[in-house]
Design a binder for this molecule. Structure first.
Ligand code: S3P
Length: 442
């Protein structure tokens, strides 16, 4: 199907079990691939990005078996030995598809492994900046190369003996942070990360749970490479629901005039809950129940009801905690009263699309006054959910396609979204869930 057309339903009601978290699903495969022993992962996200990770890891000689949302990984260990342990040199180019996380985490892991590999991806991934991982990995001794002096994939990795060292992160990026931690795992010295280390911390939590000597302080992360041959231990886990997927329903419920939606079993890791904080600050009615710990992560059920939203400024330290949710938060801002300013979010320009440009264009098409800036945008709220239905291309950007679908739930007339299948990158079943919720309220 090349497009989907929707109109606003009178009511939105229901409970949604959003799929497993994308970041944790990637990490569960990659980390367990080099563990000593087998891991069993449940509620894995079978989205296109995480399937790219599985295919790449299989091409590195790791046995990974998936049955729906259940995955079994037979770790090969961190270091090769005479008995055939360790990752195998891939026979062909590793295709990371649309997934920056697959590419950057694997580049880090492979940098210290005795093999040669080439990583590439789709047109969107081939246009995204990679110097952010290539420069610090080279500083550790990695031999990486690629187009534009290593800033663009295809990237080649000639595994090398890595040293440890100190690195000050210039961007708050969990992908960069995780690439360095993975490189340091097979390196010869300790790694000290400072600077912008405050980003999603799933790698830190999971590597600690796998027995690694990793310490987190507010100003520094330290990793000492394991000296015991059994490390890292395998980590079996249930992946919690993805808050970045749940955020679509949180915004839908907040802006729709007659809504009551619950997202059950969502990861509430504080490094991921910026969208909840922003919606609350905009006046959204939010209730969190059944808070619990699952594995290494806090989890809970989040209910959001129809709310009168007002505009706010979104910037500073909260940005890394909601970077993926900005497209849908922009839809909330468009329906709020007053102005919203998004700033300090220049990272949006390096996502699957330039999300400052694509979000601003989409909102403008729905009748919203929006001013893109170098590091964000100003949005003049309509004061009520009075968006005008429009035809939106998705440019293959999953979060953009889903954000326009949420806008369509409160728009006048029809909203058409091109290439709706791209939602499968992070949220297989999104369109079915949307139709189910809209129908249950009818
Ligand atoms: C991710 C980190 C974020 C996020 C991406 C997933 C991760 O990217 O946008 O969707 O799993 O580490 P950056 O690290 O580039 O900010």
């Amino acid at each position: 199907m090349n497009s989907i057309t929707l109109t606003a339903p009178p009511r939105l009601r229901g409970i949604v079990h959003v799929p497993g978290d994308k970041s944790i699903s990637h990490r569960a495969i990659i980390f367990n691939a080099v563990a000593t022993g087998s891991a069993h992962i449940t509620n894995f996200l079978p989205g296109a990005d995480c399937l790219s990770t599985i295919a790449c890891v299989q091409a590195l000689g790791v046995e990974v078996r998936r049955e729906g949302t259940e995955v079994f990984v037979n770790g090969v260990g961190l270091r090769p030995d005479a008995d055939g342990a360790g990752l195998r040199e891939p026979a062909d180019v590793l295709d990371c598809g649309n997934s920056g996380t697959t590419l950057r985490l694997l580049a880090g892991l492979l940098a210290g492994q005795p093999l040669f590999a080439v990583l590439t991806g789709d047109a969107s991934l081939r246009s995204r900046p990679q110097r952010r991982i290539v420069a610090p990995l080279r500083a550790l001794g990695a031999k990486l190369d690629g187009r534009d002096d290593g800033d663009r994939v295809p990237l080649s990795v000639r595994g090398a003996t890595l040293k440890g060292g100190a690195y000050e992160l210039p961007v708050a990026s969990a992908q960069v942070k995780s690439a360095l931690l993975l490189a340091a795992l097979s390196g010869e010295g300790s790694l000290f990360l400072t600077g912008k280390i405050a980003s999603r911390d799933h790698s830190e939590r999971m590597l600690q749970a796998m027995g690694l000597d990793l310490h987190v302080r507010p100003d520094q992360i330290t990793l000492h490479p394991p000296d015991h041959p059994m490390l890292p231990y395998p980590l079996s886990l249930r992946v919690p629901g993805d808050p970045s997927s749940a955020a679509f329903w949180w915004v839908a419920a907040a802006i729709h005039p007659d809504a009551d939606l619950t997202t059950a079993g969502v990861c509430l890791n504080p490094s991921r809950t910026g969208a909840l904080d922003v919606l609350r600050a905009m006046g959204a009615e939010i209730e969190i129940k059944n808070e619990r710990i699952e594995g290494s992560e806090p989890v809970g059920d989040v209910t959001v009801r129809s709310s009168q939203l007002h505009g706010i400024t979104i910037g500073g330290a909260i940005i890394p905690r909601l970077i993926d949710e900005i497209p849908v938060l922009a839809v909330a801002a468009a329906c709020a009263s007053g102005d919203t300013l998004v700033r300090d979010a220049q990272e949006l320009r390096a996502k699957e699309t330039d999300r400052i440009a694509t979000v601003a264009a989409g909102l403008a098409a729905m009748g919203v006054t929006v001013e893109p800036t170098a590091d964000g945008m100003g949005i003049v709220g309509l004061g009520r959910p009075a968006l005008r239905g429009a035809a939106h291309p998705s440019y293959g950007d999953h979060r953009l396609a889903m954000a326009w679908a949420i806008a369509g739930l409160v728009a006048t007339g029809a909203t058409t979204i091109g290439d709706p299948g791209c939602a499968d990158v992070s949220y297989p079943g999104f369109w079915e869930a949307l139709h189910g919720l809209a129908r249950s309220g009818a």
